[in-house]
Design a protein around this ligand. Structure first.
Ligand code: NDP
Length: 304
């Protein structure tokens, strides 16, 4: 029986694990398929105080820190959480996708968010054959080629800058007339990059290709844009599919907790991007990981 099972190995889950393990609680991180969550895909961090390396490097550093204090790690995805209540004693079982059960007194959900999918004609057919949701994973394949980036937030602009170092040309397609959501410093870098062109008020209606891959995209106004690859960065959706409907979600599908807190119900806590109202930043995810850990530790100590 664990004291705490933490779902997710992004900055929220890893911070939570550091705190719970240091508090002497038997801690398991069920870390998803891979370490680090979305952070692992960031080539160079510029806005996490104290760290200027890669996102994966930060996650590895944090994992080592957690292990120093006895945290166990298993890399598998959570499939189900079951709650048992007997004579006022509450326990949970977490099952991973292979059906393995992990019994625990408390659970911290830090499963983060995944990229929102592009819903235009052809997009599904060309996923992995021209359409990508990860510039740092797939950008290399487009060295010397022509790519489109869809979106107008920080992710899209970061992706465009990353791809401009590899591709011959990068066009950002944004449905609004300006980058109203993105950071000033990124907008300035985009403007200064001769390889990047911004097409505002532009949305795709279809992506087209043949057996060799993508050939072009067509906009809603009928314009044909030749391209070898399309990188999609149109926001994120919370990873909560494994949880039953009884747990309340907000309009974005993120989990709603007690006001200003991390508790969903007795023994069940939430941290990071999967929490309603969490601003999606590594430093903030870490903060919520700390909060959730402290709430879980206090709950365990009160229910001995
Ligand atoms: P955002 O939600 O910030 O931006 C999503 C973008 O995609 C918006 O421009 C939106 O347009 C557009 N969009 C949404 N749906 C569609 C669609 N169906 N078709 C076309 N365009 C669409 O998401 P991000 O992933 O960029 O960022 C998520 C969070 O992570 C933000 O808080 C961001 O600040 C943070 N982040 C921070 C980074 C950093 O370095 N500080 C790096 C990356 C992310 P519209 O504006 O019209 O809604």
């Amino acid at each position: 029986m664990y004291d705490i099972v933490i779902l997710g190995s992004g900055p929220a889950g890893l911070t939570a694990a550091l705190y719970t393990a240091r508090a002497g609680k038997k801690t398991l991180v069920l870390g998803g398929e891979k370490l680090g969550g979305q952070t692992a895909g960031i080539p160079k961090l510029e806005n996490y105080p104290g760290w200027a390396g890669s996102g994966l490097g930060l996650a590895e550093f944090m994992k080592n820190q957690c292990e120093t204090f006895g945290t166990e790690f298993i890399f598998a995805e959570a499939a189900k959480i079951e709650r048992r209540e007997e004579s006022e004693k509450i326990e949970y079982s977490v099952f991973d996708k292979s059906g393995t059960e992990y019994k625990t007194k408390t659970v911290i959900i830090g499963t983060g968010a995944s990229p929102r999918k592009l819903e235009v004609k052809g997009a599904k057919d060309f996923f992995g054959k021209g359409i990508s949701y990860c510039a740092t994973c797939d950008g290399f394949f487009y060295t010397g080629k022509h790519v489109l980036v869809i979106g107008g937030g920080n992710s899209a602009l970061n992706d465009a800058l990353y791809l401009a170092d590899l591709a011959d040309s990068v066009k950002i397609l944004h449905r609004k007339s300006s980058f109203s959501r993105a950071e000033h410093i990124l907008i300035e870098r985009i403007k200064a990059n001769p390889k990047i062109q911004c097409l505002f008020n532009t949305e795709l209606s279809e992506v087209v290709g043949d057996t060799t891959g993508l050939t072009h995209a067509i906009t809603k106004t009928g314009e044909k844009l030749d391209c070898d690859g399309i990188f999609v960065a149109i926001g994120h959706e919370a990873n909560t599919d494994f949880l039953s409907e009884e747990y309340k979600r907000d309009v974005l599908g993120r989990l709603v907790c007690d006001a200003n807190g991390t508790r969903i119900t007795d023994g069940l806590f939430v941290a990071g991007d999967v929490r309603s109202d969490c601003k999606m930043q590594i430093v903030i995810a870490g903060g919520w990981g700390c909060e959730a850990a402290m709430d879980a530790i206090s709950y365990i100590n009160q229910h001995k």
